[in-house]
Design a protein around this ligand. Structure first.
Ligand SMILES: Cc1cc2nc3c(=O)[nH]c(=O)nc-3n(C[C@H](O)[C@H](O)[C@H](O)COP(=O)(O)O)c2cc1C
Length: 365
């Protein structure tokens, strides 16, 4: 099957005349006024029953009626969640939010590499902090499936205290929480992927979550730069701490750009098309290990990294993802991409004789 080529809409081309971060801020401003959204994006029709993931997700995620979500980092302060919810996403992940407001790294810190459909960012958890975030999410209808992605402040004296406060303050607004221990732009953060440092962080997070009124899943977001052995050690540590799932993956420090590009020399995490093989490898190692050793646990796996087409979504589902997320492709193709990804996914499932997305999860493991 030849997938339809996705065309960059005219307004997205205009946005790309602006510096990347200015364009992003403009998009957030427009999306923060939901009544404006129908003027520049076709709001999405009803979900396809083939793709409804609610039957295989834990109760707190059963509101999710379509499998493609928005990845973290697009709406760091949860300013545009209502507008974003009109675009056809099944769920939205806001953040990364930290306890205290944080400026992030000096600008420029976001770069487009259009011929690779890639981005490099070293934003550094720029966000307005937990208080403003909390005001923004407190007025959202609870029927909107929302993940909250949390992280530690760059200079925090106590990472565990940060995580505890974030969960105590924001947990009640979330359908799931994500511990971001994989951003490459906060010095020392990735060491929390090693069991010795990860274990106390997860125990703190799970205890704080257990004190909430409702039990929501906690997922760990992992890096695509881990070795297979590191992934397996992380999964074992997370499962022994009663974590509920994983997001694979964050951006990569590697530069798999062929042909090479001068912007590859920029520091930061690479996302978009060149990330796909690496993110898929990590997803496969993670999901195989979960299938072999932890199939008795109801773990949720979200696949993200490099999705540009319905085939890419399908590949991640076949590699064990229950849900997927996108970010970079939204920047290049605009929100109409979401519906085309779904349509292509339905065709691919039908072509291969599946009656429901759940039957395709993990068949390539
Ligand atoms: C500009 C930018 C900012 C991001 N910020 C965050 C973040 O704050 N927290 C996080 O967990 N991931 C962040 N990410 C990573 C994305 O959530 C996603 O994991 C990654 O981009 C791979 O998906 P993609 O190839 O579809 O973009 C960011 C990505 C980009 C491009």
């Amino acid at each position: 099957m030849n997938p339809k080529p996705h065309l960059t809409p005219l307004w997205a081309k205009c946005l790309h005349l602006l510096p990347p971060e200015t364009a992003h801020q403009l998009a957030i401003t427009l999306l923060s006024v939901p009544s404006l959204v129908p003027l520049f994006a076709k709001t999405s029709p009803n979900p396809h029953h083939f793709l409804n993931p609610s039957s295989y997700l834990p109760p707190s995620l059963s509101l999710i009626s379509r499998p493609i979500g928005l990845a973290a980092g697009f709406d760091k302060n949860a300013e545009a969640i209502r507008g974003l919810s009109l675009l056809g996403f099944g769920f939205l992940e806001a953040g990364t939010v930290t306890c205290l407001p944080q400026k992030g790294n000096p600008k420029p810190r976001l770069f487009r590499i259009p011929n690779h459909k890639a981005l490099i960012n070293r934003m550094g958890f720029n966000n307005k902090g937990m208080e403003i975030f909390s005001q923004n999410v407190s007025s959202l209808p609870h029927s909107l499936p929302l993940g909250i992605n949390i992280g530690i402040n760059k200079n925090t004296p106590s990472p565990l205290e940060d995580i505890k406060k974030l969960i105590e303050n924001l947990g009640k607004y979330a359908h799931y929480l994500v511990l971001n221990v994989s951003s490459p732009n906060t010095p020392g953060l990735r060491k929390f992927q090693e069991p010795d440092a990860l274990k106390p962080l997860l125990n703190t997070a799970v205890n704080a979550r257990n004190s909430l009124e409702k039990k929501i899943p906690i997922l760990v977001k992992i890096s695509p730069d881990l070795s297979d052995e590191e992934i397996i050690a992380l999964v074992a540590c997370a499962c022994s701490s009663h974590v509920d799932g994983f997001i694979a993956t964050n951006t990569t420090l590697s530069r798999n750009l062929n042909p090479p590009h001068p912007l590859a020399a920029q520091q930061g995490g690479l996302s978009g098309n060149p990330l796909l093989p690496l993110a898929n490898h990590v997803l496969k190692v993670l999901a195989s290990h979960v299938k072999t050793h932890y199939s008795h646990l109801p773990l949720v796996i979200i696949g993200t990294g490099g999705i540009m087409s319905g085939q890419d979504v399908y590949t991640k589902i076949r590699l064990g993802a229950h849900l997927v997320q996108i970010y970079s492709s939204l920047v290049y193709y605009g929100p109409t991409l979401i519906q085309s990804l779904e349509d292509e996914l339905v065709s691919l499932l039908k072509r291969d004789g599946f009656n429901h997305i759940k039957d395709a999860i993990g068949v390539d493991l």
